[in-house]
Design a protein around this ligand. Structure first.
Ligand SMILES: Nc1nc2c(ncn2[C@@H]2O[C@H](COP(=O)(O)OP(=O)(O)OP(=O)(O)O)[C@@H](O)[C@H]2O)c(=O)[nH]1
Length: 314
Protein backbone atom coordinates (compact mmCIF):
# COMPACT_ATOMS: atom_id res chain seq x y z
CA UNK A 1 0.00 0.00 0.00
CA UNK A 2 1.47 3.43 -0.78
CA UNK A 3 1.50 6.50 1.45
CA UNK A 4 -1.36 8.23 -0.27
CA UNK A 5 -3.84 5.43 0.34
CA UNK A 6 -2.75 4.86 3.88
CA UNK A 7 -3.44 8.56 4.53
CA UNK A 8 -7.03 8.14 3.54
CA UNK A 9 -7.59 4.87 5.32
CA UNK A 10 -6.87 6.53 8.63
CA UNK A 11 -8.11 10.06 8.07
CA UNK A 12 -9.22 10.67 11.63
CA UNK A 13 -5.64 10.22 12.78
CA UNK A 14 -4.67 13.22 10.73
CA UNK A 15 -6.50 15.74 12.83
CA UNK A 16 -4.96 18.78 11.19
CA UNK A 17 -5.75 17.87 7.59
CA UNK A 18 -9.17 16.65 8.72
CA UNK A 19 -9.89 20.05 10.25
CA UNK A 20 -8.70 21.83 7.14
CA UNK A 21 -10.84 19.69 4.85
CA UNK A 22 -13.88 20.48 6.97
CA UNK A 23 -13.39 24.16 6.14
CA UNK A 24 -13.80 23.61 2.39
CA UNK A 25 -16.92 24.96 0.73
CA UNK A 26 -17.01 21.86 -1.45
CA UNK A 27 -17.53 18.20 -0.65
CA UNK A 28 -14.65 15.75 -0.44
CA UNK A 29 -15.07 12.02 -0.30
CA UNK A 30 -12.86 8.99 -0.46
CA UNK A 31 -14.40 5.66 -1.49
CA UNK A 32 -12.90 2.21 -1.35
CA UNK A 33 -13.00 -0.23 -4.25
CA UNK A 34 -16.51 -1.32 -3.13
CA UNK A 35 -17.68 2.29 -3.45
CA UNK A 36 -18.04 2.60 0.33
CA UNK A 37 -17.23 5.87 2.05
CA UNK A 38 -13.95 5.77 3.98
CA UNK A 39 -13.68 9.51 4.41
CA UNK A 40 -15.90 12.55 3.95
CA UNK A 41 -15.60 16.16 5.02
CA UNK A 42 -18.18 18.29 6.83
CA UNK A 43 -19.71 19.57 3.55
CA UNK A 44 -20.81 15.99 2.70
CA UNK A 45 -22.28 15.61 6.19
CA UNK A 46 -24.44 18.71 5.83
CA UNK A 47 -25.36 17.83 2.22
CA UNK A 48 -26.51 14.38 3.37
CA UNK A 49 -28.06 15.66 6.61
CA UNK A 50 -26.28 12.74 8.32
CA UNK A 51 -23.31 13.03 10.65
CA UNK A 52 -19.87 12.58 9.10
CA UNK A 53 -19.15 9.62 11.36
CA UNK A 54 -22.38 7.84 10.41
CA UNK A 55 -21.51 8.16 6.73
CA UNK A 56 -18.35 6.09 7.03
CA UNK A 57 -18.92 2.63 5.57
CA UNK A 58 -22.05 3.68 3.66
CA UNK A 59 -22.28 2.88 -0.03
CA UNK A 60 -22.18 5.96 -2.27
CA UNK A 61 -25.18 4.63 -4.21
CA UNK A 62 -27.34 5.42 -1.15
CA UNK A 63 -26.82 9.09 -1.87
CA UNK A 64 -27.81 9.19 -5.51
CA UNK A 65 -31.20 9.01 -7.15
CA UNK A 66 -32.09 5.93 -9.17
CA UNK A 67 -31.38 7.74 -12.45
CA UNK A 68 -28.00 8.97 -11.16
CA UNK A 69 -27.07 5.45 -10.04
CA UNK A 70 -27.77 4.20 -13.56
CA UNK A 71 -25.65 7.07 -14.90
CA UNK A 72 -22.93 6.17 -12.38
CA UNK A 73 -22.86 2.51 -13.46
CA UNK A 74 -23.18 3.00 -17.19
CA UNK A 75 -21.22 6.19 -17.77
CA UNK A 76 -19.23 7.53 -14.82
CA UNK A 77 -17.55 4.35 -13.60
CA UNK A 78 -16.68 2.98 -17.05
CA UNK A 79 -14.97 6.29 -17.86
CA UNK A 80 -13.29 6.41 -14.47
CA UNK A 81 -11.87 2.90 -14.95
CA UNK A 82 -10.69 3.73 -18.42
CA UNK A 83 -9.45 7.31 -18.04
CA UNK A 84 -8.75 7.27 -14.28
CA UNK A 85 -10.51 10.63 -14.20
CA UNK A 86 -14.06 11.95 -14.53
CA UNK A 87 -14.68 15.68 -14.64
CA UNK A 88 -17.78 17.85 -14.45
CA UNK A 89 -20.46 15.20 -14.28
CA UNK A 90 -23.76 16.44 -12.98
CA UNK A 91 -25.72 14.05 -10.78
CA UNK A 92 -28.60 14.17 -8.34
CA UNK A 93 -27.66 13.81 -4.69
CA UNK A 94 -30.26 12.27 -2.41
CA UNK A 95 -29.99 13.57 1.13
CA UNK A 96 -31.06 11.64 4.23
CA UNK A 97 -34.44 13.42 4.33
CA UNK A 98 -35.22 12.62 0.66
CA UNK A 99 -34.29 16.04 -0.76
CA UNK A 100 -32.72 15.85 -4.23
CA UNK A 101 -29.93 18.32 -4.96
CA UNK A 102 -27.98 18.69 -8.23
CA UNK A 103 -24.24 18.26 -7.68
CA UNK A 104 -21.22 18.64 -9.95
CA UNK A 105 -18.68 15.88 -9.48
CA UNK A 106 -15.00 15.32 -10.25
CA UNK A 107 -13.48 11.91 -9.48
CA UNK A 108 -9.95 10.61 -9.63
CA UNK A 109 -9.16 6.92 -9.45
CA UNK A 110 -6.24 6.09 -7.14
CA UNK A 111 -4.38 2.94 -6.19
CA UNK A 112 -6.22 -0.23 -5.13
CA UNK A 113 -9.54 0.97 -6.52
CA UNK A 114 -9.78 3.92 -4.11
CA UNK A 115 -11.52 6.91 -5.62
CA UNK A 116 -11.23 10.55 -4.62
CA UNK A 117 -14.31 12.68 -5.11
CA UNK A 118 -14.85 16.39 -4.98
CA UNK A 119 -18.29 17.83 -5.52
CA UNK A 120 -20.36 20.95 -5.01
CA UNK A 121 -24.03 21.85 -5.18
CA UNK A 122 -24.76 23.30 -8.60
CA UNK A 123 -28.39 24.31 -8.06
CA UNK A 124 -27.76 27.83 -9.36
CA UNK A 125 -25.99 26.55 -12.43
CA UNK A 126 -28.69 23.89 -12.90
CA UNK A 127 -31.41 26.57 -12.59
CA UNK A 128 -29.58 28.77 -15.08
CA UNK A 129 -29.20 25.83 -17.43
CA UNK A 130 -32.92 25.02 -17.17
CA UNK A 131 -33.77 28.68 -17.76
CA UNK A 132 -31.51 28.76 -20.81
CA UNK A 133 -33.17 25.63 -22.22
CA UNK A 134 -36.64 27.11 -21.56
CA UNK A 135 -35.63 30.41 -23.17
CA UNK A 136 -34.24 28.56 -26.18
CA UNK A 137 -37.47 26.61 -26.54
CA UNK A 138 -39.58 29.77 -26.15
CA UNK A 139 -37.50 31.56 -28.80
CA UNK A 140 -37.82 28.55 -31.11
CA UNK A 141 -41.62 28.52 -30.64
CA UNK A 142 -41.77 32.29 -31.19
CA UNK A 143 -39.70 32.10 -34.35
CA UNK A 144 -41.91 29.24 -35.62
CA UNK A 145 -44.97 31.38 -34.88
CA UNK A 146 -43.43 34.35 -36.65
CA UNK A 147 -42.55 32.18 -39.63
CA UNK A 148 -46.13 30.87 -39.68
CA UNK A 149 -47.51 34.42 -39.49
CA UNK A 150 -45.18 35.64 -42.23
CA UNK A 151 -45.88 32.81 -44.63
CA UNK A 152 -49.50 31.75 -44.18
CA UNK A 153 -52.97 33.18 -44.42
CA UNK A 154 -54.40 33.29 -40.88
CA UNK A 155 -57.98 32.42 -41.93
CA UNK A 156 -57.30 29.29 -43.96
CA UNK A 157 -53.73 28.30 -43.04
CA UNK A 158 -52.83 28.22 -46.74
CA UNK A 159 -49.68 29.90 -48.05
CA UNK A 160 -50.04 33.66 -48.36
CA UNK A 161 -49.25 35.59 -51.53
CA UNK A 162 -45.71 36.52 -50.48
CA UNK A 163 -44.74 32.93 -49.63
CA UNK A 164 -46.37 31.65 -52.79
CA UNK A 165 -44.17 33.99 -54.86
CA UNK A 166 -41.04 32.71 -53.10
CA UNK A 167 -41.92 29.01 -53.36
CA UNK A 168 -43.32 29.25 -56.88
CA UNK A 169 -40.11 30.85 -58.20
CA UNK A 170 -38.27 27.83 -56.77
CA UNK A 171 -40.67 25.51 -58.58
CA UNK A 172 -40.15 27.49 -61.79
CA UNK A 173 -36.35 27.20 -61.57
CA UNK A 174 -36.56 23.50 -60.74
CA UNK A 175 -38.87 22.85 -63.70
CA UNK A 176 -36.46 24.77 -65.91
CA UNK A 177 -33.52 22.64 -64.72
CA UNK A 178 -35.51 19.42 -65.22
CA UNK A 179 -36.81 20.52 -68.64
CA UNK A 180 -40.32 20.02 -67.26
CA UNK A 181 -43.43 22.18 -67.20
CA UNK A 182 -45.73 23.39 -64.41
CA UNK A 183 -49.24 24.77 -64.20
CA UNK A 184 -50.64 27.84 -62.47
CA UNK A 185 -54.32 27.66 -61.53
CA UNK A 186 -56.10 30.81 -60.38
CA UNK A 187 -59.40 30.09 -58.65
CA UNK A 188 -62.05 32.59 -57.63
CA UNK A 189 -65.37 32.05 -55.82
CA UNK A 190 -68.38 33.01 -57.95
CA UNK A 191 -70.72 35.67 -56.56
CA UNK A 192 -69.04 35.59 -53.20
CA UNK A 193 -70.27 39.09 -52.42
CA UNK A 194 -73.80 37.67 -52.40
CA UNK A 195 -72.78 35.06 -49.82
CA UNK A 196 -71.48 37.79 -47.53
CA UNK A 197 -74.39 40.11 -48.17
CA UNK A 198 -77.05 37.43 -47.64
CA UNK A 199 -75.54 35.26 -44.92
CA UNK A 200 -72.99 37.54 -43.25
CA UNK A 201 -69.23 37.82 -43.25
CA UNK A 202 -68.77 35.00 -40.71
CA UNK A 203 -70.55 32.54 -42.97
CA UNK A 204 -68.42 33.87 -45.84
CA UNK A 205 -65.34 33.05 -43.77
CA UNK A 206 -66.64 29.52 -43.13
CA UNK A 207 -67.04 29.07 -46.87
CA UNK A 208 -63.43 30.18 -47.46
CA UNK A 209 -62.17 27.77 -44.78
CA UNK A 210 -64.14 24.89 -46.31
CA UNK A 211 -62.80 25.74 -49.77
CA UNK A 212 -59.25 25.70 -48.44
CA UNK A 213 -59.87 22.20 -47.03
CA UNK A 214 -61.10 20.97 -50.40
CA UNK A 215 -58.07 22.45 -52.18
CA UNK A 216 -55.70 20.83 -49.68
CA UNK A 217 -57.46 17.47 -50.00
CA UNK A 218 -56.99 17.53 -53.74
CA UNK A 219 -53.33 18.47 -53.81
CA UNK A 220 -50.29 16.24 -54.33
CA UNK A 221 -47.24 16.49 -52.06
CA UNK A 222 -45.32 19.09 -54.10
CA UNK A 223 -48.26 21.25 -55.15
CA UNK A 224 -48.46 24.78 -53.72
CA UNK A 225 -51.84 26.01 -52.49
CA UNK A 226 -52.23 29.68 -51.57
CA UNK A 227 -54.89 32.23 -50.75
CA UNK A 228 -53.76 35.34 -52.57
CA UNK A 229 -56.72 37.66 -52.04
CA UNK A 230 -60.21 37.85 -50.52
CA UNK A 231 -61.80 34.94 -52.38
CA UNK A 232 -58.99 34.20 -54.77
CA UNK A 233 -56.72 31.15 -54.55
CA UNK A 234 -53.72 29.99 -56.55
CA UNK A 235 -52.47 26.45 -57.03
CA UNK A 236 -49.11 25.58 -58.58
CA UNK A 237 -48.77 22.06 -59.99
CA UNK A 238 -45.20 20.99 -60.81
CA UNK A 239 -44.53 18.44 -63.57
CA UNK A 240 -47.82 18.61 -65.44
CA UNK A 241 -48.83 19.18 -69.05
CA UNK A 242 -51.92 21.10 -70.25
CA UNK A 243 -54.14 18.07 -70.37
CA UNK A 244 -53.50 16.92 -66.82
CA UNK A 245 -53.61 20.49 -65.47
CA UNK A 246 -57.07 20.91 -67.01
CA UNK A 247 -58.21 17.59 -65.49
CA UNK A 248 -56.98 18.61 -62.03
CA UNK A 249 -58.73 21.99 -62.31
CA UNK A 250 -61.98 20.33 -63.37
CA UNK A 251 -61.76 17.82 -60.54
CA UNK A 252 -61.40 20.69 -58.07
CA UNK A 253 -64.19 22.73 -59.67
CA UNK A 254 -66.61 19.77 -59.50
CA UNK A 255 -65.62 18.94 -55.92
CA UNK A 256 -66.20 22.58 -54.88
CA UNK A 257 -69.63 22.60 -56.53
CA UNK A 258 -70.56 19.53 -54.44
CA UNK A 259 -69.83 21.37 -51.18
CA UNK A 260 -72.44 22.90 -48.92
CA UNK A 261 -71.66 25.23 -46.05
CA UNK A 262 -74.63 26.08 -43.81
CA UNK A 263 -76.87 25.04 -46.67
CA UNK A 264 -75.09 27.36 -49.12
CA UNK A 265 -73.74 25.95 -52.38
CA UNK A 266 -70.85 27.67 -54.07
CA UNK A 267 -68.98 27.43 -57.33
CA UNK A 268 -65.59 28.58 -58.52
CA UNK A 269 -64.19 29.77 -61.81
CA UNK A 270 -60.68 28.66 -62.68
CA UNK A 271 -58.02 29.99 -65.04
CA UNK A 272 -55.17 27.65 -66.01
CA UNK A 273 -51.85 28.28 -67.70
CA UNK A 274 -49.05 25.78 -68.23
CA UNK A 275 -45.44 26.88 -68.73
CA UNK A 276 -43.60 25.99 -71.90
CA UNK A 277 -40.09 24.60 -72.00
CA UNK A 278 -37.41 27.11 -72.91
CA UNK A 279 -39.72 30.12 -72.50
CA UNK A 280 -38.40 33.16 -70.71
CA UNK A 281 -41.57 33.63 -68.62
CA UNK A 282 -41.18 33.84 -64.86
CA UNK A 283 -43.84 32.86 -62.35
CA UNK A 284 -45.26 36.41 -62.15
CA UNK A 285 -45.89 36.35 -65.91
CA UNK A 286 -47.63 32.98 -65.73
CA UNK A 287 -49.73 34.16 -62.80
CA UNK A 288 -50.91 37.15 -64.81
CA UNK A 289 -51.78 34.90 -67.77
CA UNK A 290 -53.63 32.52 -65.47
CA UNK A 291 -55.54 35.50 -64.02
CA UNK A 292 -56.53 36.55 -67.56
CA UNK A 293 -57.83 33.04 -68.19
CA UNK A 294 -59.84 33.30 -64.97
CA UNK A 295 -61.37 36.61 -66.10
CA UNK A 296 -62.36 34.95 -69.31
CA UNK A 297 -64.02 32.10 -67.33
CA UNK A 298 -65.92 34.72 -65.31
CA UNK A 299 -67.02 36.59 -68.42
CA UNK A 300 -68.20 33.47 -70.21
CA UNK A 301 -70.51 32.07 -67.56
CA UNK A 302 -68.53 31.20 -64.35
CA UNK A 303 -68.31 27.74 -62.74
CA UNK A 304 -65.90 26.71 -65.47
CA UNK A 305 -62.23 26.14 -66.22
CA UNK A 306 -60.60 28.21 -68.95
CA UNK A 307 -57.18 27.44 -70.35
CA UNK A 308 -54.80 30.32 -71.12
CA UNK A 309 -51.69 30.12 -73.22
CA UNK A 310 -48.12 30.74 -72.14
CA UNK A 311 -47.25 31.51 -75.76
CA UNK A 312 -49.08 34.84 -75.50
CA UNK A 313 -46.46 37.57 -75.74
CA UNK A 314 -45.92 39.90 -72.83
N1 LIG B 1 -66.13 36.58 -45.63
C1 LIG B 1 -65.10 37.12 -46.24
N2 LIG B 1 -65.31 37.84 -47.35
C2 LIG B 1 -64.27 38.38 -47.98
C3 LIG B 1 -62.96 38.23 -47.50
N3 LIG B 1 -62.14 38.90 -48.36
C4 LIG B 1 -62.91 39.45 -49.31
N4 LIG B 1 -64.22 39.14 -49.11
C5 LIG B 1 -65.41 39.52 -49.89
O1 LIG B 1 -65.39 38.87 -51.14
C6 LIG B 1 -66.30 39.56 -51.98
C7 LIG B 1 -65.74 39.61 -53.36
O2 LIG B 1 -66.68 40.18 -54.16
P1 LIG B 1 -66.49 40.49 -55.69
O3 LIG B 1 -65.04 40.87 -55.92
O4 LIG B 1 -67.53 41.47 -56.09
O5 LIG B 1 -66.67 39.15 -56.40
P2 LIG B 1 -67.86 38.13 -56.44
O6 LIG B 1 -69.05 38.60 -55.69
O7 LIG B 1 -67.30 36.82 -55.97
O8 LIG B 1 -68.20 38.08 -57.95
P3 LIG B 1 -67.40 37.32 -59.09
O9 LIG B 1 -66.01 37.10 -58.64
O10 LIG B 1 -67.48 38.25 -60.25
O11 LIG B 1 -68.12 36.06 -59.34
C8 LIG B 1 -66.48 40.96 -51.33
O12 LIG B 1 -67.79 41.02 -50.79
C9 LIG B 1 -65.46 40.98 -50.21
O13 LIG B 1 -65.91 41.73 -49.09
C10 LIG B 1 -62.77 37.48 -46.32
O14 LIG B 1 -61.65 37.27 -45.82
N5 LIG B 1 -63.86 36.94 -45.72
Amino acid sequence: MNDQDSDFQHPVDHTLSHTFLNEFSSGHLVLDSHRKIVYCNAYIGSLSKISQEALIGESISTFFTKASNIFLDTYVYPILLHEKLVTESQMSWLSGDGEVVPVMINIKLGQNGMSYWSLYICAKRDKLHTELINTKEELKAQSENLYELATTDPLTGLLNRRELLVQAENVASQMDRNSSTYAVLTLDVDFFKQVNDTHGHQTGDKVLIQLAKVLLQERRANDLVARVGGEEFVIVLPDVDEESAFLVAEKIRIKVAEQEVDGISITMSIGVVVSEQGMELNFDNLLALSDNALLSAKKTGRNKTTMGSASKSF
